[in-house]
Design a protein around this ligand. Structure first.
Ligand code: FAD
Length: 473
């Protein structure tokens, strides 16, 4: 069969990984095609992930600020919320970015093709458009960037619109009187923050013994305390087992994570339920076997340090290659894959990938965590600077935070860091840079940080570690 489209490099999927790979490929002069099933570029992150969730969290932050303003003698009264306007705001933010991407693709003369792509051989993809028409594309090289999707627990009635995944929750159809969030990870807690601020009574159940598994336990405590104050109910070591739906709502029964124990809550009826228990990779949906590309049982595609799959001219990047499933990991990999495909002798060199939960307070961590250091038996020194001793944190009434640095005891180099507190996600960047540059505690301590800033806490933690500060002032 004659190919309808031929190209040097094709990118399958236009999320952060895919569009970055396509842009870099075109910038390097390669004839590039970008395939995306949806009309809008940007993938999960721009359309139904990072960006809309942060737009809604911005609204939650404003509501929270206004609520606490009375402590300063400023009273805004109870918020009057127009969901239509808020939805419009979120859509405007998303639209601005996705239209921007479409413009950038056009500028680079990238051919974008809308449709669902599947491999038919190691050099061909078949693309099926919405109207059922198919096109055959022949490529020299391919970057698979087909991403991931929300795990849908099988026992939930998914045809009932009151049962939501994160995409549904971001649509903001209504503010339910009560909302159950199944899963206390980053996505579940971000959405819990939004819905609680908008006025829903939120309950979170988490299977593990702490919220946000992956982050050190001490980081989670200030967040858990604030969620409680805000009226969000949290039940740990709890599993949603049975579900039934009727006019009154969605009734969920719970079991303790440990067999034989009683759950903290036996059952509850909720107006809506959000299931946020993780995401699964899309590796099994693209007929990768027809190209000879290996896919694991869980739908991930194994790659080497150059992002190559087992088939040397086919690369894979982003959520589909494994954890952490984060946009900035996907973009970094996308750029690398395009450069290697072009012939550059590069490989993955980044030491660390930051994680941020945009909750209130934010939790951010990068590099080795204290839990990991203990589990691996690493010789580390840990220094913590409590924000209760920060003039800036006191001034803004947010002293619950702290900054923690983890140092290699032999080299005194920083190998990990974590922050809980407002703007933690922004503050974390300095620690990531310090780790990449092999900075020692003294290097950070000797760097003059502006006063009064929250970023000073990074320098203070370093000085606590190297003994320059023995008492907090
Ligand atoms: P995706 O963004 O999943 O894109 C894959 C694209 O491929 C999709 O557009 C899909 O339609 C397309 N596609 C798939 N199969 C085919 C096919 N066969 N044919 C054609 N097209 C196909 N990450 C962060 O770093 N920060 C955050 O704050 C953050 N917040 C999030 C909030 C939510 C609610 C969610 C769900 C995720 C969030 N993430 C966040 C994760 C982030 O969205 C992902 O890590 C990122 O989008 C992965 O990018 P990707 O390029 O691998 O794939």
């Amino acid at each position: 069969r004659k190919a309808d489209i031929e190209c040097r490099l094709v990118v399958l999927g236009a999320g952060p990984g895919g569009y970055t790979a396509a842009f870099r490929s075109a910038d390097l002069g390669m004839d590039t095609v970008l395939i995306e099933r949806y009309a809008s570029l940007g993938g999960v992150c721009l359309n139904v992930g990072c960006i809309p969730s942060k737009a809604l969290l911005h609204a939650a932050e404003i509501i929270d600020h206004a609520a606490h303003a009375s402590e300063l003698g400023i009273d805004y009264g109870a918020p009057k919320i127009s969901l239509d306007k808020l939805r419009e705001y979120k859509e405007k933010v998303v639209g601005q970015l996705t239209k921007g991407l479409a413009g950038m693709a056009k500028q680079r003369k990238i051919r974008t093709v809308q449709g669902v792509a599947k491999f038919v051989s190691a050099n061909e993809l078949e693309i099926t458009a919405d109207d059922g028409k198919t096109q055959l594309l022949r490529f020299e090289q391919c970057v698979i960037a087909a991403g991931s999707q929300a795990v849908k627990l099988p026992n939930f009635p998914w045809d009932d619109k009151r049962v939501m995944d994160s995409t549904d929750a971001l649509e903001l159809a209504e503010v339910p009187g009560s909302l159950l969030v199944v899963g206390g990870g980053i996505i579940g807690l971000e959405m819990a923050t939004v819905y609680s601020a908008l006025g829903a009574k939120v309950t979170v159940v988490e299977f593990m013994d702490q919220l946000m598994p992956g982050a050190d336990k001490d980081l989670v405590k200030p967040l858990a305390d604030r969620l409680k104050k805000q009226g969000i109910e949290v039940h740990l070591k709890t599993k949603a087992s049975g579900v039934s739906a009727d006019k009154k709502g969605i009734t969920v029964t719970f079991e303790a994570a440990t067999e034989g124990e009683k759950p903290a809550m036996e059952s509850g009826t909720f107006d809506r339920v959000l299931v946020a228990v993780g995401r699964s990779a899309n590796g099994k949906k693209i007929d990768a076997d027809k190209a000879g590309v290996e896919v694991t049982d869980r739908g991930f595609i194994p790659v080497d340090r150059q992002m190559r799959t087992n088939v040397p001219h086919i690369f894979a990047i982003g959520d589909i290659v494994g954890n952490p499933m984060l946009a900035h990991k996907a973009t970094h990999e996308g750029k690398l894959a395009a450069e290697v495909a072009f012939g550059e002798k590069k490989e993955w060199v980044a030491r660390v990938i930051p994680s941020v939960a945009y909750t209130n307070p934010e939790i951010a961590w990068v590099g080795v965590t204290e839990t990991e250091a203990k589990a691996k038996g690493l010789k580390v020194g840990v220094a913590k600077f409590p924000w209760a001793a920060s003039g800036r944190a006191i001034g803004i009434g947010r002293t619950e935070g702290f900054t923690k640095l983890i140092f290699d005891e032999e080299t005194h180099r920083v190998i990990g860091g974590a922050i809980v507190g407002v703007h933690a996600g922004e503050l974390l960047a300095e620690i990531g840079l310090a780790i990449e540059m092999g900075a020692e505690a003294e290097d950070i301590g000797h760097t003059i940080h502006a006063h009064p800033t929250l970023s000073e806490s990074v320098a203070m933690a370093s000085e606590i570690y190297d003994g320059t500060i023995t008492d907090l002032y």
